[in-house]
Design a protein around this ligand. Structure first.
Ligand code: M6R
Length: 612
């Protein structure tokens, strides 16, 4: 949510900043801006409402700005509508300081009042400008920028990643963070600051993650980091394993389509290295056998699609472990006085590892004594670093706002974790354990078989893209999978869509089914297939048009009653949603394509939600 980039080096900064912003546009895309400093021209700022392309056109690709040091920002509006004025960077009243900000300053009203009383004038409605002005207020007193930044971060409440330029400090960028990611990039004669590795991956894979409370002073030749007491801190460097091509479309029309197609490989990378000699090996876990046996329940916490992974996980883990598993929306968990203690295993799922609600819920669970285990895609992200244990999904960068390969790999890792825990607890029969492990090896090929038939799904999308209301219905694992199918459709095609447990329909929702309503009926969960058929009959009787998803072995039966049928290969029950979700992703993709939607950057959304 919002993207920050900073560069200081020997090259012209503006084109590099714009390029970085283009790569981070998925983090927010309602307005953007850059500030570049040079000895001759001083601080130059350009910002505008709209996409990065608008800004780039204004600056002729960056040629209009001179200077080898600068900061840039792409915004997802929180305080103040998307507009030229509210776009970042924000500049202090004297024009001496420029600042970009990710996050939310919760006490900005009170500080703004204070500054207004000091006679300071504001030009925007944002919480971020308040910080730029407060910074100048303190700087004017001490004439020491580091001291001023330190005073600011002790005064403000909320979350922030800051990139700052002060004209009195030629050649130095300043950064500070709390609860909003900031990464330092190291190069030979240049350095970067960014909220996302993708922004600088073309220039460096040598990075360090800033921690909460830290301030960094970044020049072309050095980076010095300080803690919140202004004591120097030595940062551990990390090497990013993927390269720039992973963050590019590579000939595909959209990142979402590319990422759907990458799922077989992503599954292989997430699962295969963790199975050796027929056993699931989770060496990255520090959990002991004794601790595993001591848990009496599991809570899963996540948001959005990651929550839907948790919903599938509930069915699979309860079945494998015979322990209660509860799934919580992270934004609800923190405020529901949760029943967590040291006998609770808390599984936190997050692609980005930066979702604020999820992170806050995880902290609450830790505070209550729960043992936290995070399933995360982004290496070194805040959730990954704070959890007691972390299992990475190794899906590579996911750029499309609508998650696909991250969902699949989260699910795969959660299934593996379930199997691993069941083995320790002795709650899975050896034959079933072997069957699941064996079946895991077939999933990528089965996914490939589904992806080879995208034309069929494209055809169905062309038949149904004009509907303005869709219901996804299913039972058990199909219900959990339907939640994700429905979210995919609504987030990128803007069609109203709901997922219902089929058995619930007759308790109210069936009143909405009328002639022509599209129902996507999910019937891949073999034990309840007959019931799924009955529900199809029920909605057909009320005039619904039914697009059914089932397994190859039930296709013929389903064809007798549904209007259209998609089928996927059969697999072990726990993996059926891993296959079933693929056509649902493709259906959403093609429907959105037919409706002319901006698939990779759907309205009002951002990839990583770092505000509450
Ligand atoms: O990064 P996270 O997994 O924590 O993100 C959670 C949700 O914001 C995310 O899954 C969202 O629902 C997806 N964009 C949906 O496709």
């Amino acid at each position: 949510m919002c993207g920050i980039i900073g560069y200081v080096g020997q090259e012209q900064a503006a084109p590099i900043l714009l390029q970085g912003l283009f790569r981070m546009e998925y983090r927010g895309y309602d307005s953007a801006g850059v500030a570049v400093w040079s000895q001759e021209k001083g601080l130059q700022v350009e910002k505008t409402k709209g996409r990065i392309q608008v800004l780039s056109d204004l600056l002729h690709g960056g040629d209009d700005m001179e200077g080898t040091m600068g900061i840039g920002h792409t915004r997802w509006a929180t305080h103040g509508e998307p507009s030229d004025i509210n776009a970042h960077p924000h500049v202090s009243e004297s024009g001496n300081i420029a600042l970009v900000h990710n996050g939310i300053i919760e006490n900005y009203m009170e500080i703004k009042e204070f500054l207004l009383h000091q006679g300071i004038h504001f030009s925007s409605d944002t919480d971020s400008e308040v910080v730029a002005q407060l910074l100048e207020y303190y700087y004017d007193k001490s004439h020491d920028m580091l001291d001023a930044v330190s005073r600011v971060i002790h005064r403000i409440q909320g979350s922030y990643g800051f990139g700052i330029i002060c004209s009195d400090y030629p050649g130095s960028l300043i950064a500070a963070r709390k609860d909003s990611p900031l990464i330092l990039g190291y190069g030979d004669g240049f350095h970067f600051l960014a909220s996302d590795v993708t922004a600088m991956i073309q220039y460096t894979r040598d990075i360090a993650y800033m921690d909460d409370g830290e301030i960094a002073v970044i020049t072309a030749n050095s980076i010095q980091v300080y803690n919140n007491m202004l004591e120097p801190v030595k940062k551990e460097h990390q090497h990013v394993v993927w390269d720039v091509s992973a963050a590019e479309k590579g000939g595909y029309p959209h990142f979402m389509f590319k990422e759907i197609m990458e799922q077989p490989e992503a599954f292989r990378k997430a699962v295969f290295p963790r199975i050796r000699d027929g056993r699931v090996m989770l060496e990255d876990l520090k959990l002991t056998t004794w601790q595993i046996r001591d848990f009496n329940k599991i809570d899963i916490i996540a948001c959005g699609s990651s929550y839907h992974v948790g919903m599938v996980g509930k069915y699979n883990l309860e079945r494998l472990l015979r322990r209660p598993v509860e799934v919580f929306l992270a934004s609800e968990f923190r405020y529901c006085d949760p029943l967590v203690d040291k006998k609770t295993l808390v599984i936190v799922i997050s692609q980005s590892g930066e979702t604020l609600d999820t992170m806050a819920a995880m902290r609450e669970a830790k505070r209550l004594g729960g043992r936290t285990l995070a399933i995360v895609n982004v290496m070194g992200s805040s959730i990954a670093r704070e959890a007691d244990d972390v299992l990475y999904t190794w899906a590579g960068p996911e750029i499309a706002v609508a998650t696909t390969k991250a969902y699949s790999t989260q699910l795969a890792v959660l299934d593996l974790l379930g199997l691993y825990l069941a083995d320790v607890l002795g709650t899975v029969e050896p034959e079933e354990y072997d069957a699941i492990v064996k079946e895991a090896h077939t999933i990528p090929e089965k996914m490939e078989a589904i992806l080879a038939k995208t034309a069929d799904i494209q055809y169905f999308a062309s038949q149904y893209f004009n509907h303005d209301s869709v219901f996804f219905i299913g039972r058990n694992l199909d219900y959990a999978m339907g939640l994700e199918g429905s979210l995919k459709l609504k987030e990128i095609s803007y069609i109203h869509s709901e997922a219902y447990a089929s058995g619930e329909l007759k308790h109210g929702t069936i009143s909405l089914i009328e002639k022509g309503t599209l129902v996507v009926a999910l019937g891949t969960y073999e034990p309840l297939f007959d019931k799924a058929m009955s529900n199809v009959v029920e909605v057909k009787a009320r005039g619904a048009e039914v697009l059914a998803l089932t397994t190859d072995n039930f296709r013929e039966k389903m064809e007798k009653i549904a209007d259209s049928v998609i089928s996927v290969p059969c697999t072990h029950q726990i993996f059926q949603p891993s296959l079933g979700v693929v056509p649902l992703q493709l259906f959403a993709y093609y429907v959105a394509l037919h409706r002319g939607c901006d698939i990779d950057k759907p309205r009002n959304l951002a990839k990583s939600v770092t505000v509450e």
